[in-house]
Ligand binder design. Structure first.
Ligand code: ZN
Length: 175
């Protein structure tokens, strides 16, 4: 396991609590009960084609239900390495060790995962997604978190492999 993911393991995102514990009804005026799935995805992916152009022309984040949610909750395979990388970031935010282990290639997968408390994820920036061949890809990203009042920046190029139609995280190099 690379340093990056050891670093990542010590980070815990407060979005987790906000996301899971958001009171029903808050900011959900029309359709109560759907807030969790309609909340912005932790990975921060922006809608490519907003359904209705915002007056302020602000980019609209995709809801969890239209982004990483189906991969984490419905066992739908991520269609490409970037989607898998984003869903793994969301899984770190949501402390979904089961998903992280299930999407980690068996050759490099740790036996267990622990999420150390006290840190907060601040966001993900996917810098590039490079398909090397049909079954190998690299994704470069920067993830930021804060722990103990100190900001940490994780810049990694991760390697992914596709096996039996599913993408898996293998390992990565830090910058
Ligand atoms: Zn997402």
């Amino acid at each position: 396991m690379g340093l990056a993911f050891r670093l990542a393991l010590i980070c815990k995102n407060q979005h987790h609590e906000q996301f899971l514990d958001a009171p029903e009804g808050r900011a959900t005026r029309k359709r109560p009960g759907l807030e969790r799935m309609s909340a912005a995805c932790p990975c921060g992916r922006i809608a490519a084609h907003p359904a209705k152009p915002a007056k302020a022309a602000q980019p609209q984040p995709l809801p969890f239900s239209a982004c990483c949610g189906p991969y984490l909750n419905e066992k739908i395979p991520a269609p490409n390495a970037e989607a898998l990388m984003r869903s793994r970031y969301s899984a770190f935010v949501l402390e979904r060790a089961d998903y992280l282990l299930a999407t980690w290639h068996a050759s490099t997968r740790p036996a267990t995962l622990d999420f150390a408390p006290g840190a907060k994820w601040l966001g993900l920036d996917v810098r590039s997604h490079c398909l090397l061949d049909a079954d190998h890809a690299e994704v470069e990203f920067v993830a930021r978190c804060r722990e103990g009042g100190r900001a940490t920046r994780l810049h990694e190029r991760s390697r992914f492999v596709r096996a039996s139609g599913r993408w898996f995280y293998v390992d990565g190099d830090q910058f």
